[in-house]
Design a protein around this ligand. Structure first.
Ligand SMILES: [Zn+2]
Length: 288
């Protein structure tokens, strides 16, 4: 039996996972038997959690679609402004709200996510198995820089964070999940992720300096660890940096006009063109 082959083309930021000689071009994938399209995509290096839409011979398919000799496969990333509703991958585990579990070596991102108000579990002791089971049981989104973690079969929602700088990582996550309008500072405890509650000054006066009590009127206490917060200079600084980041992200997202006068983001053109243009002559997808 001869080895079979299919052609793959990965779009936009999925190219981040490919070596430079494979980026932005058709890739030949040789195989035996009938692997699923998900297995093929992962063996080419792309974690399934990054994929939003797969077209086999121009037809949207699910992850378990078997690939056959001669298939033309287009693989698209999550692209917020590009509406794939109705044709995108059904992951089978919907997210009720945006809650995260963050990989063990990303403590600074965890603190920044909490600062921005997002429920983000983190421990420097987290093992990969633990992260995957927490994500599964609590319907949390995994944030990691470990591609292999995202390739695990039990992972439903996850994101490979490209940046290494924590503030850039925060910006990347907010953009990826379209979270800017959900940012709410002073909602969570930075070290423990507990929810902050407004408390009377009298209740916390033993835990703060007399000068702090004189200078500030509003105090918050973590419902988990009891740490007391007030909007002092540290808060002011963090809040200013957060506002700056939001403004910069907003500027980067200012829409421009496309030739047909529809509002689109500049980087949308490529993806829209490629999806409107058939990859090659369409072929009927059927078993031989
Ligand atoms: Zn706490």
């Amino acid at each position: 039996m001869a080895k079979k082959s299919a052609s793959f083309r990965f779009y936009a930021q999925l190219n981040d996972f490919l070596s430079s000689n494979k980026k932005q071009k058709e890739i030949k994938y040789a195989f035996w038997g009938t692997p699923s399209v998900k297995d093929a995509i992962e063996s080419l290096g792309i974690p399934h959690s990054e994929v939003e839409l797969i077209l086999v011979n121009n037809e949207p398919v699910s992850f378990n679609c078997p690939i056959i000799n001669g298939d033309m496969v287009g693989v698209f990333p999550v692209f917020r402004s590009f509406d794939t509703s109705g044709v995108g991958i059904d992951r089978g585990g919907s997210i009720k709200e945006f809650m995260f579990v963050i990989d063990a070596n990303m403590g600074k991102l965890a603190r920044l996510m909490r600062m921005a108000g997002f429920d983000s579990l983190y421990s420097s002791d987290f093992e990969d198995d633990q992260i995957v089971s927490i994500a599964q049981n609590e319907r949390r989104i995994i944030l990691t820089r470990d591609v292999n973690l995202l390739k695990r079969g039990a992972v439903i929602h996850g994101y490979f964070v490209r940046a290494t700088d924590p503030w850039k990582q925060l910006s990347e996550v907010l953009l990826r999940f379209d979270l800017h309008h959900r940012v709410k500072a002073f909602k969570r405890c930075l070290p423990c992720n507990g929810v902050l509650e407004l408390v009377d000054k009298d209740e916390v006066k033993d835990q703060i300096l007399a000068q702090t009590a004189r200078s500030y009127q509003q105090f918050f206490r973590c419902s988990s660890c009891g740490k007391v917060y007030w909007q002092g200079s540290h808060y002011e600084r963090m809040n200013r940096l957060l506002r700056q980041l939001m403004e910069e992200d907003h500027r980067r997202r200012i829409p421009s006009r496309s030739p047909d006068n529809k509002l689109v983001k500049p980087e949308d053109h490529d993806l829209k063109d490629s999806i409107n243009k058939p990859m090659k002559t369409p072929k009927v997808h059927q078993e031989h």
